[in-house]
Ligand binder design. Structure first.
Ligand code: RM4
Ligand code: MN
Ligand code: MN
Length: 397
């Protein structure tokens, strides 16, 4: 049955009020590919600039109260930088979100971090994650999101099973240190930087490791970390079913871990994932699922791209909220395939932009966040302030 206009608006308010997505500090910094970086005058190069940019995105979208931090990049002095982060949280009205240890840049990690054959290097990596847990505790952050670069490039060069054992041990040690409300989110990735085997290559491995690590460990799904045409919503459904879904790193991909803007290549994929989450929520999700963005804007303006991402996420979340799940269940039960698919597709093809605009107006937010960014002069101002400080950065040659 078609909903009345006011019922649709109520649904919109409910869906968008509840929708929060964490943005990454590194999305505001100069990044590039392994071939080089193209620097941008507006890019953030200090943690304060990142907080300031995050606050601008939150002001425009109303959905990004937290920012993910990467320990090495944002807190280079580790615990010593925590007080500064606290001050910036107050100053900019943005809270620190998930804490990301960095196990991929030190020279020691050439042959792995938590899975390195050297016990001393494994200990160094565990200690860094334990420091990250302490940082998160002091900042009141719930989630530690762990991504490892570990793997090998050539068959026969590493013992895959020994590395599983070392990893299990490390994760147990880390889990032991969590505060009661903290979680360890374990991310997987099929390849890169390692090209033959990756120690945590898929959601099955992450799930198993989460089970071994302890009850506060969960799986982190980075949408870019799947092979072409893999059915991500099915993985999400399984993780919901097993209670192991911890959260997402959202981005889009065409070929591999491209870190493109969410929904830029395949918005239907995001819609299908969101549908699984709406279904689970309607049934009373037993635990929190963290929505985070993990993108790298090499070519687009950083703040523009982040606003575009959040607006896209809001729209797709709303589209998925519009699926008439009761009616869909009836069609599914009777195997009325075309009716079910049309209902599903119908929600996807609904133009929700006027609804989102009405919600923004009701919440005192700019009706068109991208236009408001342009008109507000923030980017011009930071270009003036930051522009002269950037120097060209090298390529890998
Ligand atoms: C990895 C992974 C991690 C991110 C790093 C920078 O591919 O997605 O989550 O922190 O990139
Ligand atoms: Mn990621
Ligand atoms: Mn990635």
């Amino acid at each position: 049955m078609a909903l009345s206009e006011s019922a649709v608006f109520d649904l919109t308010v409910q869906a968008l009020d509840a929708f929060k997505i964490e943005i990454p500090s590194w999305g505001f910094a100069n990044t590039g590919t392994r071939f080089g970086k193209f620097t941008q005058a507006a890019a953030a190069s200090t943690i304060e600039e990142k907080f300031s940019d995050a606050a601008e995105v939150n002001r425009l979208t109303g959905s990004t109260p937290t920012m993910a931090l990467h320990v090495l990049w944002d807190l280079p002095n580790g615990f010593g930088d925590v007080e500064e982060v606290k001050v910036l949280e107050q100053r900019y009205g943005i809270r620190a979100g998930s804490i990301n240890p960095n196990l991929f840049q030190n020279q020691e990690y050439k042959f792995g971090s938590l899975c390195n054959p050297s016990a001393a290097i494994r200990k160094q990596a565990v200690d860094h994650v334990l420091d990250s847990v302490e940082i998160a505790k002091t900042l009141g952050c719930a989630d530690i999101s762990l991504w490892l670069p570990d793997g090998s490039n050539y068959p026969g060069t590493q013992s895959i099973r020994s590395r599983i054992g070392w990893l299990e041990q490390a994760l147990r040690t880390i889990h032991d240190r969590l505060a009661p409300r903290q979680r360890l989110l374990i991310e997987y990735k099929p390849f890169e930087p390692a090209f033959y085997h990756t120690d945590i290559a898929d959601w099955g491995m992450s799930s198993q490791l989460a089970r071994v690590a302890g009850p506060q460990a969960r799986v982190l799904v980075d949408t870019g970390h799947h092979y072409t045409s893999q059915n991500i919503e099915q993985i999400v459904a399984w993780l919901l079913h097993t209670g192991l879904l911890g959260g997402f790193h959202f981005n889009d991909r065409r070929y591999a871990d491209d870190d493109l803007t969410l929904g830029s290549i395949d918005p239907y994929q995001v819609f299908r994932i969101f549908h699984e989450l709406h279904c689970a929520q309607a049934e009373g999700l037993p635990h929190a699922v963290a929505f985070m963005v993990d993108q790298s804007h090499n070519l687009k303006g950083k703040i523009e791209a982040t606003v575009q991402t959040v607006v896209t996420a809001q729209e797709l979340w709303l589209k998925a909220a519009l699926v008439d799940r009761k009616q869909l269940a009836v069609y599914q039960q009777s195997c009325d395939l075309v009716a079910a698919e049309e209902l599903f597709r119908g929600a996807f093809w609904t133009d929700v932009r006027p609804l989102a605009a009405a919600w923004r107006q009701a919440r005192g937010l700019p009706v068109d966040p991208l236009a408001a960014l342009k008109d507000g002069g923030y980017v011009e101002r930071i270009v003036q302030e930051r522009g002269s400080r950037h120097s060209p950065v090298g390529s890998y040659a």
